[in-house]
Design a protein around this ligand. Sequence first.
Ligand SMILES: Nc1ncnc2c1ncn2[C@@H]1O[C@H](COP(=O)(O)OP(=O)(O)OP(=O)(O)O)[C@@H](O)[C@H]1O
Length: 312
Amino acid sequence: MSPHPQQPAVEVSGLVKRYGSNVAVDGLDLTLDRGTVLALLGPNGAGKTTTVEVCEGFRAADGGSVRVLGLDPRRDGDALRARIGVMPQGGGGYPGVRPDELLRLVAACAANPLDPAWLLDVLGLDSARRTTYKRLSGGQKQRLSLACALVGRPELVFLDEPTAGMDPQARRLVWDLVGALREDGVSVLLTTHLMDEAEALADHVVIVDSGKVVAAGTPASLTRGTGDEQQLRFKAKPGLELSLLRDALPEGLDVRETLRGAYLIEGHIDPQVVSTVTSWCAQQGVLAEELTVAKRSLEDVFLDLTGRELRS
Ligand SMILES: Nc1ncnc2c1ncn2[C@@H]1O[C@H](COP(=O)(O)OP(=O)(O)OP(=O)(O)O)[C@@H](O)[C@H]1O
């Protein structure tokens, strides 16, 4: 039990981190409340891993303040390491080690570890427990890395792209595990490029770009956006002439073909709009397939905020 349960699990204020002249993190603020899950989203190179590594105590900040479980991750690193779990990006095992050896080694450093054999079984690694690290699949390496992060019963876990390279079954397993950690009161800070992962797991989302926070809030508050804005999507043959549809619809709706044969109408979508669209399609002799009406997704919000161009 923490002596200061009211303190956030992680509190970052005005964090600055430079690599030479490159400002990787540029005055970033975030707060992870105890027993909650925070997802850090951002394009490649936005500064997510750097932020997480500063919180873990692996990198020194150039400015700002960072408190993790009420401690300074650089000064109080030894005390902190016993209480946190870290799943770094890209695994981290050495080539000849076997999963059961590595996990038992990590467990031996913890005061009250979970049973390594049980954890390997839960993570579907039982049959691979004697396989050398270099022969594990990418998804198995990821699961082993997660096991190492969890075996010490941490109060707080940092998961850097935890499901990268995993198949859908393994991804579901990790999602269930993160849900179970949260139920147990564990705090989780994760980075991800998967918007559905953030929507499914996170209580709070922080979107960063060029080292700065560009939006933060619950997934629902971020997607609620501009009031009653919704999206009507349908699929039909590519290249429909949309000008007549625009004329038939009320003003203020954005109508476009986003990808070949994928149509999007954004704005205030009411039953009359749906009726107009389906009637127009019927007049054109086309079937509107997969017609859906939904609010904007977190991915739409993300792309609006961070742009659609590729990052280097
Ligand atoms: N060790 C390092 N030395 C020099 N520059 C670095 C180092 N690590 C990261 N950077 C640079 O800092 C910036 C932020 O990188 P960081 O890895 O934190 O971003 P990220 O958001 O985690 O990206 P990704 O989604 O690709 O993992 C990038 O411009 C990157 O090239």
